[in-house]
Design a protein around this ligand. Sequence first.
Ligand code: NAP
Length: 295
Amino acid sequence: MDFLKLGIIGYPLTHSLSPLLHAELMRGLGLEGEYAKYELPPEQVRTRLHGMKQQGVRGLNVTIPHKVAVMQAMDWLSPEAELAGAVNTIVFEPDPAGGVRLHGHNTDIGGFMRSLPSPVREALPHSHVLILGAGGSARAVMTGLIEAHTQAITFAVRNPAKALSITSDGQLIKRTLNSPTQLNLVTLDNLSALSGFAGLVNTTPVGMYPQIEACPIPSELLDSLPENAWVYDLIYRPLETRLLQAASQRNLFRVNGLDMLIYQGICSFELWWGQSVPTPLVSPLRERLQKELPP
Ligand code: NAP
């Protein structure tokens, strides 16, 4: 297997765990490569991508704030990247004429879906899921849930006018995938009882370090969730947010954001290296990454 030059573009790129994640996967599979951090302001992205083609870069992850803007620089988009309207992984694909084509993928969708425990995933066609927030990660979560024919999704947001585009794009995704998922939008302040929801996903940054005391909804609201409901927080810094602490007090099933981070990384890795990551590598990888994170 060739030595692969890989990396991540974002701005800023202070705390990214991706270099460690990919170094661990390469070590675990005996592969040789490098994974560099490229901190690029938006105006430099296009030129640098072009330069990276000449330098033999083979793959990149894309993070905030470039996930949407970078789509315009792609020569091809995967159906999922097109549906979600965002790219988080670029494959530099050699073409027969000796050039390099940029292929844009979205592995946040697969990362989120692979991180769902099987009983949760299997119950989605009968589940109504509440998503807090309607930004970039909410779109990836929505796309995965629609693909899985989730019964219904309700977005709870602070500014419904700003969030209208997520439900209209969701309608398009539903039609494209021929999925029955119902989509609704409500204001966070109007959330009262959660008894009709099978699960809740926080996609807002509320509760993320350093604002670790914050909770995206009043914690008493969790009392109204059914006792077999699950609560998923996309945040992994800290691993146990205030929201997950409140869910723990109710003894609800909980998932933090670390597994989504791990699985989106694994999906990118598999695209670049053309081989799958064996399941036994996942637990040691999770343990290694956990050491870098506050509890
Ligand atoms: P984003 O595109 O900026 O979207 C954030 C959403 O949260 C927007 O809908 C925003 O509403 C809402 N929001 C922000 N502050 C809020 C507040 N105080 N009250 C209510 N709503 C608020 O960000 P993103 O890329 O989706 O990321 C969101 C979170 O997910 C971050 O914590 C990120 O670290 C995490 N994440 C984790 C993974 C993973 O692999 N685990 C992957 C992606 C993202 P407005 O539009 O009104 O501002």
